[in-house]
Design a protein around this ligand. Structure first.
Ligand code: ATP
Ligand code: MG
Length: 410
């Protein structure tokens, strides 16, 4: 395999955008006699003119040796050993070139389903490239020699805006079904297209995602919905039938909740761009809402206990697919429980507007109003009520009380 080699000037790469820590690691590895490159998102995004989220380093130095060179490092992972090098402001991942291929050796293990269960078989750069997922993710960059090394026409695919697996898509998906989500995520983030071979592979193997560890799927969901391209991620997941695999709420063939989702994710992306805080709990409250909605209709007559039990069940079931850390599950349930308080207006409503999680609950109500019937009046009432002073709040409550009494009498 002969790679194409480019000079970084060609892509106008600004070395000031590279993490100083990453540069120091590479330089130190070079001085110890090893090769070291930036690979993956770090170089891919820079070529695209985007600011990389992080810089992954790959080297021919083995984990134990890296560990010795960097005092601030530790080896993590069993299935996939790598080294974390910690700094005050970031953690940089360094991996060792891996030999891929499906010829089973001592340290690469494939199970009966064609799945990689262990991969710690060190190799050369030429071998390493073949076990990466996408062509656009297999570009290597040496910031000191200024060379960009491309074995798989990744640069061309970046230019043509194409998501392509290295090798046969179906096989690569079977080896690691999480790659389905990765392919869709990068298509969403970069606004790239997916070819027919990948589409077929996804269709055939998407349910295999359910066999993946919930923690891995959770991580991917976070990356899809919390990094500025939630709306596009949703559109991609929907288009390839993967959304219903990850969030099997109901068969929403008519897309009743699409409007709700799109509005929520557009808001999320806006907040991300404004550098505002994003709450994982809120995203999950959105993702799972249709299930709550269909399980129990919210009304003044709702039985609190039963409602709580049913929403706890929604969270518990989802955790078997994508884990949801404990610290968020109580937030999620709170947002939903508080929806009931919007339909049970009374004296307590005043304190409700002052409570810690009112804001999230109210934002959620605004979203619901996008596609649920009969919420308009109540939403407007709450919008006025929440900003009113105490006296006005009392007046609003009294007026509503009278109105409801009249309704009951008529
Ligand atoms: P991001 O911007 O999200 O960090 P990334 O491409 O850098 O994108 P990472 O998860 O940081 O993604 O992984 C770094 C690199 O490791 C990838 O670019 C890819 O080459 C390789 N890689 C990661 N996950 C897989 C996988 N499941 N299968 C094959 N290769 C993978
Ligand atoms: Mg990365």
């Amino acid at each position: 395999m002969t790679p194409e080699i480019y000079n970084d000037k060609r892509f106008g790469i600004n070395q000031n955008h590279i993490s100083k820590n990453a540069l120091n690691i590479i330089s130190k590895l070079h001085k110890s006699g090893f090769e070291a490159y930036i690979v993956g998102g770090g170089i891919r995004d820079m070529i695209k003119g985007l600011k990389p989220k992080d810089f992954d380093i790959v080297t021919d130095c083995e984990p134990e040796e890296i560990r010795k060179i960097f005092r601030n490092s530790r080896i993590i992972g069993r299935r996939f050993k790598l080294v974390h090098i910690a700094f005050d402001d970031e953690i940089i991942e360094a991996t060792t070139f891996r030999a891929g291929g499906t010829n089973t050796t001592e340290s690469i293990e494939i199970n009966e389903k064609g799945r990689i269960v262990r991969d710690n078989n060190w190799g050369t750069q030429e071998e390493d490239v073949l076990r990466r997922d996408l062509t656009i993710n297999s570009i290597y960059y040496d910031p000191f020699s200024h060379e960009i090394i491309d074995y798989t026409k990744g640069i061309k695919d970046l230019k043509d805006k194409k998501i392509r697996f290295i090798g046969n898509s179906g096989e690569r998906i079977l080896e690691d079904p999480v790659r389905i989500l990765r392919a869709l995520r990068f298509a969403a983030k970069l606004n790239f297209s997916i070819d027919q071979e990948i589409a077929d592979g996804i269709k055939e193997h998407k349910t295999q995602l359910l066999e993946m560890p919930p923690a891995r799927l959770y991580e991917e969901v976070i990356k899809m919905f919390m990094t500025g391209h939630a709306e596009q991620s949703f559109i991609q997941l929907k288009a390839y039938g993967v959304f219903d695999v990850l969030f099997p709420h109901f068969r929403d063939e008519d897309g009743i909740f699409d409007k709700f989702y799109l509005e929520a994710f557009r808001e999320t992306d806006k907040r991300f761009k404004l550098n505002k805080k994003l709450n994982v709990g809120f995203i999950f409250a959105v993702l799972l809402w249709p299930k709550v909605f269909f399980d129990s209709s919210i009304s003044t007559q709702i039985n609190f206990k039963r409602f709580y039990r049913s929403i706890a069940e929604v969270v518990r079931k989802q955790q078997m697919i994508t884990s949801i850390p404990k610290k968020y599950s109580s937030f999620i349930k709170d947002v939903w429980m508080n929806q009931v308080r919007f339909s049970r207006v009374g004296k307590k409503s005043i304190n409700f507007t002052k409570s810690l999680r009112f804001r999230a609950a109210y934002d959620f109500l605004l979203l619901r109003n996008v596609n649920e019937q009969n919420l308009e009046v109540s939403t407007n009432w709450w919008t006025e009520f929440k900003t009113a002073n105490y006296d006005k709040k009392i007046r609003l409550l009294n007026t509503l009380k009278k109105k409801n009494a009249r309704k009951q009498n008529s």
